[in-house]
Design a protein around this ligand. Structure first.
Ligand code: FUB
Ligand code: ZN
Length: 646
């Protein structure tokens, strides 16, 4: 299967175009000002901990200091460089589909600084250059040097594609050469991997882009060497202590690092969620280029583990702040979880890679779940505030007073001391067109209902639709005979399809295969019913609860629209009376639901507990908004899972 180029796809969807404009006009310029410390914004630590960096970004300043352009000290996380790389990648992606000379000039300036910061031998990491040069590649359990290199590679490719300028890619290649010279199975080279996966998937992208298979080999090396010697990181620490290079003697958590055994033997999603999923994406990418059954089986097992018992209804993953990690099966607390935006993005990319290996609808269903819910919630409607943690339930007062919820922000901050998510959000939205179509041997996959046009080789396909606000998609195809495989999302009902010049060769609730004979028009009609969603009974936090979904959107209730929100009980029997309407207000254009509910009345306020009481109810409608929109109207309680009428 082959991905189409981003520049071949023009996104025309009203919904997604507004996000693309937001990224271009607001988010990307804003992020540059923050990275340059040009504007006064509230940069918060990601959780309550005085030790964590906050107050400013300093990310570009770090490069300037390393380049000798500024004086000062490194500030911020040791992986701060990656914020700049991800920003540059977003710019590169945008420039693949639009022109923006001013933005390009700004990006060129940043690239020039990065080039100056790079050492003559190719090494590039401002934290180690400025603070601990003696520890380069010697603290891999935490260093993120190769993680940053991975983001540099991705940025270099995107920028080269978007502008035809190779300067950033050349910087990345020089760094990769340095890495190649220091890592490998040959004698005297380092036989270990970075604590934070990322370089693996980036090297495969570099291989795809250049055709140079040394990059693929290096990616394979990093996947293979992880966990091969589970004592590797401990030995590294001991060696630093012995040589007096560092006094750090931490306990290395091999589960957190997914380094307790080689990835090919791993079967569960464990440890740090983003690391796990960047690793899994890298593994799947390798399998896709050079088939390796052991690695593929590991990918499938990890996927199954996530989908069957570790994924939230929004597509979010990572159930705990401790280690920003996966926990055990069915442990999905709604109010203390992590669901980091980056982890959702990582799951999106893992799913897309797996789909390309085997086109099963379940992968696209998860993509659909993620892009309309757990990823989109990551940014505010003005494109300038960002969630790191995406909770499914927020009690504002409890978040302020319960230290166990110190990581659950009630409002999206302007920026974060650990700012991995904001530029990750931007680069993901900027590349939304990448997920819509895939090509495979005369077949064309239409993965998502997103109004768009694909200029393929020898054909054009266009989706005309007002989805998600409308229930139909017209697909116009011009070109020679082809099989078009259309994914029908898991929530669609009452599917009807017609084709004027061709025939439907397969149709089920999840997929339509059409053989088009030349220029042809396909009409697809469907319903977006309002569903009540139940959760596996093993998930303790959702016992006796129900969630509400319409189309791709999971809905939530905010106390702002529903004062006394906790007193509402959902009555499934009344679901057919629920109504939906398109709203256009300070939340933009969106779908709002009105759900007939029962509301507890008459509870004496002074009584915390009552003996043998029977609740009294009154009928009352609850107003629900799509989850991704919550938190855009000021601080307010929010919930996704609702108690049911007993
Ligand atoms: O460590 C780099 C990034 O910062 C991770 O991917 C996120 O989870 C955050 O810890
Ligand atoms: Zn993040």
């Amino acid at each position: 299967m082959r991905e189409v180029l981003l520049k071949q796809v023009t996104v025309e969807s009203e919904f997604w175009k507004s996000y693309l404009n937001l990224i271009k006009e607001e988010t990307i310029p804003y992020q540059l000002s923050v990275l340059k410390d040009e504007i006064d914004v509230d940069v918060q630590a990601e959780r309550k901990d005085e030790e964590l960096p906050s107050g400013k970004s300093h990310a570009i300043e770090n490069f300037k200091i390393a380049a000798g352009i500024s004086q000062g000290e490194h500030f911020g996380w040791f992986f701060q460089d990656s914020d700049v790389y991800k920003w540059l990648e977003s710019v590169g992606l945008l420039l693949q589909t639009t022109e923006d000379p001013q933005l390009e000039a700004h990006a060129d300036d940043v690239i020039a600084i990065i080039e100056k910061a790079q050492e003559k031998d190719g090494y590039l990491n401002t934290y180690f250059q400025l603070k601990f040069p003696q520890l380069k590649y010697r603290q891999l359990y935490f260093s993120h040097e190769l993680y940053c290199a991975g983001h540099l590679i991705e940025a270099g490719i995107a920028y080269d594609k978007g502008t035809g300028k190779s300067q950033l890619l050349d910087i990345a290649k020089r760094f990769v050469k340095h890495i190649e010279d220091h890592f490998g199975y040959e004698n005297r080279k380092i036989q270990g991997a970075d604590g934070h996966q990322e370089i693996e998937l980036a090297l495969v992208k570099l291989y795809d882009y250049t055709g140079d298979d040394t990059y693929l080999k290096l990616a394979q090396f990093f996947v293979n060497v992880r966990g091969e010697d589970p004592k590797f990181y401990q030995k590294e620490i001991e060696s630093n202590l012995k040589l007096g290079l560092s006094a750090d003697n931490p306990r290395v958590d091999l589960t957190y690092l997914q380094a307790f055994t080689q990835p090919k033997y791993q079967t569960k999603a464990v440890g740090h969620a983003v690391r796990m999923l960047y690793m899994a994406t890298g593994m799947a990418k390798i399998v896709n280029r050079e088939f390796d059954d052991e690695l593929y089986q590991a990918c499938l097992a990890i996927w199954d583990d996530i989908i069957k018992c570790k994924m939230y209804i929004t597509g979010g993953v990572g159930s705990t702040v401790f280690g920003e990690s996966f926990t055990g099966p069915y442990d999905l607390p709604n109010d203390t979880m992590y669901c980091e935006t980056c982890a959702a993005i990582a799951l999106l990319n893992f799913a897309y890679e797996l789909f390309q290996l085997s086109p099963k609808v379940e992968y696209l269903d998860v993509i659909d779940r993620l892009i309309y819910n757990g990823i989109l919630s990551g940014a505010s409607l003005n494109g300038k505030q960002f969630f790191y943690v995406n909770p499914l339930e927020v009690d504002v007062d409890s978040c302020h007073h319960n230290p166990g919820k110190g990581h659950v922000k009630t409002q999206r901050p302007d920026w974060l001391g650990c700012a991995c998510c904001p530029p990750n959000f931007a680069r993901t939205v900027a590349s939304i067109g990448r997920y819509v179509y895939l090509e495979d041997d005369g077949k064309l996959f239409v993965n998502l209902f997103i109004a768009s046009r694909l200029l393929g080789e020898g054909y054009i396909i266009e989706q005309k639709t007002g989805f998600p606000f409308e229930n139909s998609v017209d697909i116009n195809y011009q070109g020679p005979e082809k099989i078009i495989i259309i994914h029908v999302p898991y929530w669609a009902k009452g599917l009807e399809v017609t084709c004027d010049k061709g025939e439907v060769i397969k149709k089920n609730t999840q997929q339509i295969d059409v053989l088009v004979r030349g220029n042809s028009c396909l009409r697809i009609r469907f319903e977006q019913p309002i569903y009540s969603v139940s959760c596996h009974p093993e998930v303790r936090s959702n016992i006796g609860k129900v969630a509400i979904q319409r189309g791709p959107f999971i809905f939530c209730s905010q106390a702002l629209q529903n004062p006394d929100m906790k007193k509402y009980r959902v009555d499934r029997q009344k679901l057919p009376q629920a109504t939906c309407e398109i709203q256009n207000d300070n939340l933009g254009k969106y779908i709002q639901l009105h759900l007939p509910c029962q509301k507890i009345k008459g509870w004496p306020n002074e009584a915390l507990y009552l003996f043998d009481s029977e609740n009294q109810f009154v009928s009352s409608d609850m107003t629900l908004i799509p989850y991704y929109l919550w938190g855009n109207q000021g601080e307010t309680d929010m919930q996704v899972w609702f108690s049911e009428v007993m």
